[in-house]
Ligand binder design. Structure first.
Ligand SMILES: [Zn+2]
Length: 364
């Protein structure tokens, strides 16, 4: 068992990742020309359309026995996985000696991708779809068209492994460190007891391999997402149905609010996950999964220090903690704004940046 040559892959990535996609808001209009440009190695079809009639594509590559299903952006405002998937498409389109694992993957695996499962939510920059359904809580009732499309592919393709790509908020740090959780993983539970089934162990073994690779690139920036059982969540249900499902949560990296660095780590994780599945046959090395530290949630985006706060005439010097929120403006651009979360000493919080207001008041 071996991982890929990280140096070669990083060199390739620096010059060849998908430069047409950037920023936080990735729409169908952004990916459509890239899908149309895919080489004939890919098999592209329209799976169906969203509630607002935007096409959702199914893209497959490879001819191997191991079946892998990968979807991104089931939450419309979580686009890092989509960017990483298109980087992976570039990788599968590339040639060169250093990319020998590409051949290995495509000969042993058949991969199906559903990029941007929730295009309506991407436009509105919401987690939910156009009918206000959270697709990641819709795995049982299948209320949303998009959930039914995904489930249709799951039932027909019968994947051995699934990758469910999400973004997590900037609040998460790696427990026991002051590092943001840049990538977090989860092997979902299939019941409230969080039973360690054979399938979950297999899922964990793939995550252990991805973590081991990522620790070389972003040491101590990898976390483990809570495995609390969510009865209606996609991963929990797919895992329960016998399809080992790996959840990747792309998170914050210092000075990377657009998640272009995180996107690379997401790409590397995905590539290593697929590579590991392509070369491994017994998936029994699950124990290192439990060595990945948990996610903790101690971050605020900005802590303003030395702030004058006026409590109805009683003045106090304290701290104000804010998180960035986002909205789509009438001119169809995404704008961030600050939302006050905490006022007080905030000694137990971490901040992505700190600003000293020198005893002035905080105004938005
Ligand atoms: Zn999500």
């Amino acid at each position: 068992m071996k991982s890929f040559n990280l140096k070669n892959i990083e060199e390739w990535y620096a010059d060849n990742s998908e430069s047409e996609l950037s920023g936080l808001r990735i729409l169908f209009d952004d990916i459509e020309p890239l899908i149309n440009d895919l080489s004939s190695d890919f098999n592209v079809s329209i799976l169906g359309t969203s509630e607002n009639k935007i096409p959702i594509h199914k893209i497959s590559i490879g001819k191997g026995q191991k079946r892998i299903l990968i979807w991104s952006q089931m939450h419309g405002n979580e686009s890092t996985g989509t960017k990483a998937v298109f980087d992976l498409f570039k990788f599968f389109n590339a040639s060169g000696k250093s990319l020998s694992i590409k051949k290995q993957i495509l000969e042993t695996c058949t991969l199906i991708f559903i990029p941007l499962l929730n295009p309506d939510g991407a436009i509105a920059y919401t987690r939910e779809n156009a009918m206000n359904v959270d697709l990641n809580r819709d795995a049982v009732s299948l209320e949303a068209i998009e959930s039914r499309l995904l489930r249709g592919v799951l039932d027909e393709f019968n994947p051995h492994f699934c990758f469910n790509l999400h973004d997590q908020r900037t609040i998460f740090n790696v427990e026991g460190t002051e590092n943001p959780a840049t990538i977090s993983f989860l092997a979902p539970s299939i019941d409230a007891e969080r039973t360690l089934t054979e399938g979950r162990k297999e899922t964990m073994s793939v995550i252990a391999a991805m973590n081991s690779m990522l620790q070389q690139v972003i040491p101590n920036h990898v976390g483990r997402y809570t495995d609390e059982f969510y009865p209606t969540a996609t991963g929990d249900n797919f895992q329960k149905l016998g399809h080992n499902t790996i959840l990747i949560e792309a998170g914050h990296f210092p000075d990377d609010y657009n998640r272009e660095k995180t996107r690379k780590y997401n790409f590397l994780a995905l590539l290593e996950g697929v590579n590991y599945i392509s070369i491994e046959n017994n998936f029994s090395n699950y124990a290192p999964y439990f060595e990945i530290p948990n996610n903790d949630s101690r971050f605020l985006d900005i802590i303003y220090e030395n702030v004058l706060v006026d409590y109805e005439g009683l003045e106090e010097i304290t701290s104000v903690g804010v998180l960035f929120k986002y909205k789509v403006l009438l001119n169809n651009t995404l704008e961030s704004f600050e939302s006050v979360q905490k006022i007080g000493k905030l000694e137990n919080y971490l901040a992505h940046s700190r600003i000293n207001l020198n005893k002035k008041q905080y105004f938005i």
